[in-house]
Write a protein that binds this ligand. Structure first.
Ligand SMILES: [Zn+2]
Length: 510
């Protein structure tokens, strides 16, 4: 769906990231007037990986750039129909046009993303491709290898994420002295070791998921769903998220395309989408709820869930869901620049669980936010993606009450008001809750890391355990990756109540 004039809400989170990257152009009108070309080489696009790279790149680009021209070489009629159908169906900041490949396509392009391995110095050019578990990206004169024959959507999604990061740097004028273009960057999601780029084993024909809970249906959850629809997965997945979609999510969520999804449960929407896309192989259900409520009420019991996949920005929920003590819990996390995955395995008790890994936001942080925005502390508790109430206005500092009243009249959520309120108070502090700068391609990088960890454990249990892996700065490239091992805390329930937890787990297997 292409809407001619966008309210700035959809652009607010990507623009927030651009600001964090010290981008020099932060005017939505200028940014979304810049033309971007997505193209590819016949040989690469003829492979499943090339196809996945291209289609995923369209979904990611459509949310952060303006006019997008998809220039396809001759000889790919099926792919062309697929691209046209996708272009019509997806939400986009600007128009998505499909055209026949010619040099004329590149006139006035601010960025060109090529699915292939050629390097071109005469154009603002980036090449991406993938083979098996390896993702590759280059924007310099150095070519990346061209082999792409081992099909694996994980490598393809990671390659698309890096490629779109390169386009973002060009379109938003991110200074090259701070963020040089990527030079033949490669990462293997199987070895998770920047020094060992290995194509890894082929994926099995089918992977049966244990009874699975997916917590979070926002930016990471969307990318997880896209990836799950591309992987050969079977089984039951229960999606839980406490929120509904708002217009600001269009800029960050890669499968949120329809206005009909707005103000409806994120979890239910995403579960329906997953059922539709997986052709019945996945049985997804969705529920709008706080995870703590489901566990406390006994609606969700430890014996029902053996795999938890998190795509959250909420440490309290991370602590709560750990109480299910699944055999495997894989958590994806993002900030403006980087993506991380933390894995907890019940059979490896020395390594930290979610409760020892993530600190809960303390009262001080809440007070800092209240002071910075002028809102009352109570207004910021328990999430801000909701309508503005009388209580919010009464508790707010006098100088922001008019803005809140206007926002309420316009039907804005409290969350969407936060950037404006910060500007009003002329202060800029980190917010732990509420408004967060975010881009869909950092979320998709996190999703690729999460599903890689899930599949490594389920299909290759003997493979090296990596407790925490992060790409510290996707905009700089895969060489900013590192793995970390954090010991379980002696004071944490995972250590203190170890025997009780193992008893729970044995009942699950019985
Ligand atoms: Zn712990």
């Amino acid at each position: 769906m292409n809407t001619e004039q966008q309210t700035p809400l959809e652009a607010s989170r990507p623009l927030g990231v651009a600001q964090d990257l010290a981008a020099t152009v932060l005017d939505a009108k200028i940014v979304y007037a810049r033309k971007v070309v997505l193209t590819g080489e016949l040989q690469t696009l003829s492979t499943p990986n090339g196809r996945s790279c291209l289609l995923t790149a369209i979904r990611l680009l459509s949310r952060v750039v303006g006019p997008l021209c998809v220039a396809l070489p001759d000889g790919l009629p099926d792919l062309e129909s697929e691209v046209r159908a996708l272009g019509d169906a997806i939400w986009s900041q600007g128009d998505v046009q499909v055209c026949a490949y010619s040099e004329d396509c590149f006139v006035d392009a601010v960025a060109v993303l090529n699915v292939g391995n050629q390097a071109r110095e005469d154009l603002p050019w980036t090449s991406i491709n993938s083979n098996g578990w390896i993702a590759r990206c280059t924007s310099t004169s150095t070519q990346i290898p061209g082999d792409c024959d081992q099909a694996n959507p994980l490598g393809a999604m990671m390659a698309a994420s890096a490629g779109v990061a390169e386009v973002f740097k060009r379109v938003y004028s991110v200074p090259a002295e701070l963020y040089p273009l990527m030079d033949c960057e490669q990462l293997s999601l199987f070895t998770l070791d920047p020094d060992r780029v290995d194509v890894g084993p082929p994926l099995p024909e089918a992977v049966r998921l244990p009874s699975t809970l997916m917590l979070g249906a926002g930016a990471i959850g969307n990318a997880l769903a896209l990836l799950m629809s591309q992987l050969p997965l079977e089984g039951k997945v229960h999606v839980v998220d406490k929120q509904t979609y708002g217009p600001e999510n269009f800029g960050t969520c890669c499968v949120l395309d329809e206005d009909s999804w707005l103000d409806v449960s994120k979890a239910e929407n995403l579960a329906d989408w997953l059922n539709e896309q997986s052709g019945g192989k996945l049985e997804a259900t969705g529920e709008q709820a706080y995870i703590a409520d489901l566990i406390d009420a006994g609606t969700l019991k430890p014996k029902q869930i053996d795999l938890v996949i998190n795509g959250l920005d909420d440490n309290q929920a991370r602590h709560d869901v750990q109480r299910l003590w699944p055999s495997l819990l894989v958590d994806g996390a993002i900030n403006s620049f980087g993506a991380a995955v933390v894995t907890h395995r019940l059979d490896l008790p020395s390594w930290a669980c979610m409760q020892c890994t993530f600190e809960l936001p303390n009262k001080d942080a809440l007070e800092k936010q209240a002071k910075a925005t002028g809102l009352g502390a109570d207004s910021l508790k328990g999430g801000t993606n909701r309508q503005i109430s009388d209580a919010d206005i009464d508790a707010a500092a006098p100088e922001i009450r008019d803005a809140l009243r206007a926002g309420r009249l316009a039907g804005a959520t409290l969350c969407s008001m936060l950037p404006g309120l910060l500007a009003l108070k002329r202060m800029g502090v980190e917010l732990d809750e509420g408004f967060r700068p975010s881009v869909p391609f950092v979320a998709s990088a996190a999703a690729a890391l999460v599903m890689a960890q899930v599949l490594r454990r389920l299909c290759w249990p003997e493979t090296r355990f990596v407790h925490e892996f992060q790409i510290a700065d996707l905009f700089k490239g895969f060489h900013t990756s590192l793995s970390l091992y954090r010991r379980a805390a002696m004071s944490c329930p995972c250590t203190q109540h170890r025997s009780l937890i193992m008893e729970l787990a044995s009942r699950r297997r019985a």
